[in-house]
Design a protein around this ligand. Structure first.
Ligand code: GDP
Ligand code: MN
Length: 379
């Protein structure tokens, strides 16, 4: 889950990382006593707002209502503006880049730092890779003093204690909130020391169960500002929207990928990828049907189940529950096998839903019913 700048800055402030004084507003009518000069920052999840016109300085000359009106009605790179953060204008002496993330290939957390802050780090990495330092550290102990000293030298910033303070707080956020990225760009040098001028935080969706209250808070905030960026995720469901017409639900990721290939081979296009996460139950099946069938492009539904730990009676109950509550006015093809398969099939047949033993047969059925071509399957 990506956080907005204002959400990230709230976290920074809770952990004691210095941020500029400011206020977030969610509508153009909300202004209260502002002394100029201020910086007005459109709240969107996409990066590079500055260049895209999402950051304006107000020096008291123009009518601020007009500027805010414009900001709330403009889209930034196709994204609706969720709010505007109004902050005191900071006098910048220098801009750094600082983040904590991880390197998947070595399974190690990293501090990434650069004295060329303000611009997107990808651009620096391409044009001037030597200006970026990546420092792996031990997740259990956090960054060590010698590493912080190295960073302060690399940045040419003498106040080692200040750097240490900010990095150790970033590390606490990274660790406590199960973040995959905690980024400050730019971290600016002012005459009063370092200030985090921007924030970019991504929380690990797989750790939602460990951070319920945090996720709930941010989701509610994001919804109340009219945004629905948080992609559907119920317990273990992974959902990715695609362009086709065949809704697909699989109980595991591997079968899901295989089904995607087979749909394509049979001349169809999937409307989504949706997998339940392996071990699952009726409620998750029911939820996944709600998610997949909300998409109006879905012309037929393919459900691919392999009962290992997963029980077919449970899956069938979830499907029936959906049918009873919402009806099923599109064709549905289910491949069901494995644990308690007989009971599952029985439940399906009682509500007149056919089941298939062979994956290929179920795929062909779904593709044909969605109006796509169907090629004979050859080995
Ligand atoms: P981004 O473009 O979405 O990454 O937005 P940022 O919040 O990082 O702001 C982009 C740039 O705007 C910064 O690198 C600064 O150069 C400038 N900027 C943002 N806030 C201030 C401020 O308070 N004072 C000054 N002088 N510049 C600012
Ligand atoms: Mn930035």
């Amino acid at each position: 889950m990506k956080l907005y700048e204002f959400q990230g800055k709230q976290l920074f402030s809770e952990y004691g990382i210095p941020i500029p004084k400011g206020n977030i507003i969610f509508s153009r009518n909300e202004i209260v006593n502002i002394n100029n000069p201020v910086v007005l920052k459109s709240q969107v999840l996409t990066g590079g707002r500055g260049k895209a016109g999402g950051i304006k300085v107000w020096d008291g000359k123009e009518n601020i209502n007009n500027i805010l009106n414009d900001m709330f009605s403009e889209e930034i790179k196709g994204e609706k503006v969720a709010g505007v953060l109004i902050e005191e204008k900071v006098e910048i002496l220098n801009e750094f880049y600082l983040s904590i993330t991880y390197d998947g290939s070595t399974a190690t957390p990293l501090i990434v730092v650069s004295a060329s802050g303000g611009v997107e780090i990808e651009v620096v990495a391409e044009k001037n890779p030597k200006k970026i330092a990546k420092i792996p550290f031990n997740i259990l102990t956090g960054p060590k003093d010698y590493q912080i000293k190295y960073i302060s030298e690399f940045l040419g910033y003498d106040n080692y204690k200040e750097i240490k303070n900010i990095i150790s707080k970033l590390y606490c956020i990274y660790n406590n909130c199960d973040a995959t990225l905690v980024e400050i760009n730019p971290l600016v040098v002012t005459k009063n020391g370092l200030v985090a001028l921007d924030s970019k935080i991504v929380l690990d969706d797989n750790a939602e169960y460990r951070n319920r209250s945090l996720f709930t808070k941010y989701k509610n905030q994001q919804q109340s500002c009219g945004q629905n960026n948080y992609k559907v995720r119920k317990d273990t469901i992974t959902y990715v929207s695609l362009d086709g017409t065949i809704g697909l639900i699989s109980d595991g990721a591997g079968t899901g990928m295989l089904a995607l290939d087979l749909i394509k081979d049979a001349g169809g296009e999937a409307a989504n990828f949706c997998e339940l996460g392996g071990i699952t139950n009726a409620e998750v099946m029911y939820d996944s049907m709600k998610i997949v069938l909300e998409n109006p492009n879905v012309k037929s539904l393919l459900i691919v189940l392999i009962g290992g730990f997963n029980r077919m009676d449970e899956m069938a109950k979830g499907i029936v529950k959906y049918k009873e509550e919402y009806g099923l006015d599109i064709p549905i093809a289910i491949r069901m096998c494995g644990t308690l398969e007989e009971i599952g099939k029985d439940i399906m047949h009682k509500v007149n839903i056919a089941t298939f033993d062979k994956l290929q047969d179920a795929v062909n059925e779904a593709v044909t019913k969605a109006g796509g071509e169907q090629f004979a399957y050859t080995n």
